[in-house]
Structure formats: C-alpha cells, structure tokens
Design a protein around this ligand. Structure first.
Ligand code: SF4
Length: 473
C-alpha cells in the first residue's frame, strides 16, 4: 500500500487537481508534517508495563515504524505484526491475527498486547472486536494478556491522533470503578506525545506536590533506559495495568494538548463521564503561561500550594527571558509538526517576543488556529495557520514570510539547509542528532532548555554570518 508516511519524500512537482480551491497549495502532499497513525499507537503502548504492540497488517508497516522509533529513541523496539500476505488481503486476516497473538503470548508472556490496525486492514474493514472476541473465546494458553485494540487508519489520521486514540483505548479498556476511594488516590496524567526526558521531569515536578500520579503512558524508561548486562525481551518500566485499573478512583485528570482539549472523546473525558473524575484540559506546559496553568491544576488537584522549589524554577525562567529579550524581540519563526506541539510552541514563542509567522501542522482537526489564539490572543491577525500541511507548502511561503529560524522535527532539515536558516530540533522524529529522547521542553526547567537552544541558534547564525566574527555578543 502506498502511503505518505512510509514514502515521506516525493520527488518532483506535486500534482495540482483541476478545481482546487487553492491551486497554489496542491492537494497532494510533498513530505507531510505528520507520520503514520499506528506509529503513535505503538509509542503509547510502549509506555505500558509488559506490553507488546502488534500491528494487524503487513510486515512492512511494522518495519517502517520500528525503524523510525529506533532511530529516534536509540533503543530496541519490538513491534509484532500479523504479517498479511496476498491471501489475507483477499480472504481476511483472522488466522494471521490469531497466530500472531498466540506467538506473542508464548514468546513474550506479556501483560498486555496493544493491537493497532494498518491502512490495509482498515481498508479491508476487518471487524476487530469480533476477531479479538473469537480469539479470547478460543485461546487455550495459560496466562492470556489483556488485549487493547485501537483503530488507526493512517489514510485519515496522524501519528498524534493514533497516540491519543491508543491512550483512550487503554483507559477505556482497563480503568475500573472502586468500591471505596483509595486513601491516596492518584492524579491521572495524560502528558501527550513528549520525550522520555520530559516525562521524567514531569514526574519529578508532580511528585513535589506529594501526591501520587499515574502517567498514561510512561515510556520514560522503556524508550530511554540504561545499558543491560543481559538482553531484556521487554524493557522494564512503564505504567502497570493495576495503576491504570485504579484510575476509576483518580482524584483528577490532567490532560495536555491545546488541540486535544477540543476533542469530545478522550481518555480524560472517559474518566469524567464514567467515574466522575474532574478533568483539567491544558496545553503542553511549555513556557511560563502554560506551565503556570499546569501548576494551577496541580495545586487544585493535590489541594496543596505550589512547592517552593517550583517557584524557584519559575524565577530562573523569568530571569532568562529578561537576559535574552534583546536577542529575540521581533524575530520570526516557522513552527511545524503535530498540532498540539505546534500550538503550544506558538504560545510560548509569543511570550518570548518571537513571532510564529507560520504554524503548520499535519493534522486536520479544524481547531489549530482557535487553540493558538485562545491561549495567545495577541497573535490574532498576525500569524498564518495551516492544517494538513507539508514541506512543499511551507517552502512556497518562506520567501514571503522571511523567517529567522525553523522549529520542529528533523524532517525540516533539507529546507533549513537550502535556505541557510537555523533549525531548532524538537518533537518527533529527530533522526539526525543524538539525544532526541532527552530533548526537554516541559515545565519551567524544560522550557529553559528550549529557550537556550532558540537564543543560541539565533546567536550562532548572527555570528557565522558576520564578516568580523564577533566573539562577544
Ligand atoms: S499503516 Fe499505512 S501509513 Fe503506516 S506504514 Fe503502513 S501503509 Fe504506511
């Protein structure tokens, strides 16, 4: 099956269909600002302890996703596949799925198998609830894992949508009511698609309030662990199934994502509707405003004031803003990637004086612009927001917008290089640098890291462009 994700760079001119509303922006994609939907689901499944992701479809999809994740996280990533052949594409993949589940159960002894569909099985219209129900009824092996299924048709979704859909499926399948409230009920935290280092930092930050928190998912160890003396078939770490089951009695949910906040059906809305868990919907805590809101939600959920060390981190960030404002004021940036990241980065850039002239995302939620302007009203009328965007479209606008830098994944490198612009790498994927799993953006401290990268990228450019070569800037 041909897809824009597994064939990211299309050489030659993009096609323009007759009657296109915007003929200058072709209806086909040239290197889109999004990736394959089941990739996001696999990432979410990697954050659940003892879980094996399984793709119902062709082996090539699993290979492509593994390659993308391994090159970003630099860790082994096992993804099983039901390995469709021509026969399965014609007669259905029931037998393949059941064989795959038996093999995975025997070889890995997993606590859970996360089953995601590929473009092929989605196009065929495989009845996954029925196939999985039949497997459960017929399975004879001891120790059957929990099965969580998520529908991830990549021809109409993005990696971020696959990620959020998998988080929702995990919580919907596992979270259970409790007869009595836990003595120390956890906060349910849905951090969004962030780096392992950001997950670790968020976990520390939340722990300073003195209440437990259950992250769904938490791949901070499974995708960024230490070296092993002996090979581990399933890396340790991740949120346990019992922790997720206990979320029926969570004290509150904090769900991160400015665009996600407009979605009717999420893990957070499920906990709210089914168990009455209070839902806080916020942007990714990048920058002062958005981290302040996160801390405000924590204050309310934990019923405790902001810890002093958090206040100190906040102070350091403000100090950095003051130190560097003269280098940033009036600079222009193009931000691209998945919608929630683009939205939160735009809000952050606005507060440090950088103008996000173009905000381009691969998703098509219809909410990106309102999400940005709702959180940063000062940007109204001053930015271009593009959904379903690709690098071909970004390139056509660059000459007019004259940005000073690009911010996003390594997929923007060719463009940045051809224009001689600095690229600040963040998000997924970053395939041309070491340390992608340790890129930090969240909280006051993570923002400080990102802030330094942005300022230094601009200073480096200024220095390199200068004939004099100033060493004191
Ligand atoms: S699921 Fe679809 S987009 Fe993803 S690798 Fe397979 S064919 Fe490509």
């Amino acid at each position: 099956m041909s897809c824009s994700s597994c064939k990211p760079s299309l050489p030659g001119p993009a096609l323009v269909n007759e009657g296109d509303e915007h003929p200058e922006f072709p209806s086909s994609s040239t290197n889109p600002c999004k990736l394959c939907t089941p990739l996001g689901a696999c990432l979410a499944f990697k954050g659940i302890a003892g879980t094996v992701p399984l793709l119902h479809g062709s082996q090539g999809c699993a290979t492509y996703i593994r390659r993308y994740m391994i090159s970003h996280f630099r860790e082994p990533v096992d993804i099983a596949s039901s390995n469709f052949s021509e026969d399965s594409a014609v007669f259905g993949g029931r037998k393949n799925l059941h064989t795959a589940l038996e093999n995975v159960t025997r070889q890995y002894k997993p606590a859970m198998v996360g089953v995601a569909t590929t473009c092929l099985s989605e196009t065929m219209g495989e009845n996954m609830p029925m196939l999985l129900g039949e497997y459960r009824a017929e399975a004879t092996q001891e120790g059957q894992p929990a099965l969580v299924h998520v529908s991830t048709p990549s021809f109409k979704g993005t990696h971020a949508e696959g990620f959020h859909a998998a988080v929702r499926a995990i919580v919907e399948t596992l979270a259970a009511p409790r007869s009595t409230l836990e003595r120390l009920a956890p906060i349910a935290l849905m951090p969004g698609m962030v780096s392992p280092a950001d997950l670790r930092h968020l976990r520390d930050l939340v722990s300073w309030w003195g209440v437990p928190a259950t992250f769904v998912p938490d791949y901070s160890e499974t995708l960024d662990g230490g070296s092993w003396s002996n090979y581990e078939r399933m890396p340790s770490g991740g949120t346990s199934l019992d922790e997720i089951r206990a979320l029926g009695s969570a004290r509150a949910t904090i769900e991160c994502g400015l665009v996600l906040a407009g979605e009717k059906s999420t893990a957070g809305t499920h906990l709210a509707a089914k168990f009455g868990v209070r839902l806080h919907r916020l942007g990714l805590p990048i920058g002062l405003r958005q981290t302040d809101l996160f801390c405000g939600a924590m204050e309310e959920a934990a019923n405790a004031v902001i810890p002093e060390r958090v206040e100190r981190e906040r102070g350091r960030l403000i100090d950095a803003y003051v130190d560097a404002h003269k280098y940033l004021s009036g600079r222009k940036a193009i931000v691209y990637g998945e919608e929630d990241l683009v939205a939160s980065l735009a809000v952050f850039l606005a507060e440090i004086g950088v103008w996000p002239v173009l905000c381009a995302a691969g998703g098509r939620s219809g909410r990106l612009e309102s999400a940005i302007l709702g959180a940063a009203p000062e940007l109204k009328g001053r930015i271009e927001v593009r959904e379903g965007s690709d690098f071909g479209e970004i390139e056509t606008q660059i000459a007019e917008l004259k940005p000073d830098l690009l911010i996003g994944s390594s997929k923007g490198y060719k463009l940045a290089r051809s224009l001689g612009l600095p690229l600040v790498r963040c998000g997924f994927p970053v395939h041309d640098r070491i340390g992608s799993q340790r890129i930090q953006m969240l909280g006051y401290t993570g923002t400080l890291q990102l802030f330094d990268c942005i300022v230094n990228a601009l200073l480096e450019k200024k220095q390199e462009d200068s004939e004099i070569g100033y060493s004191y800037l």
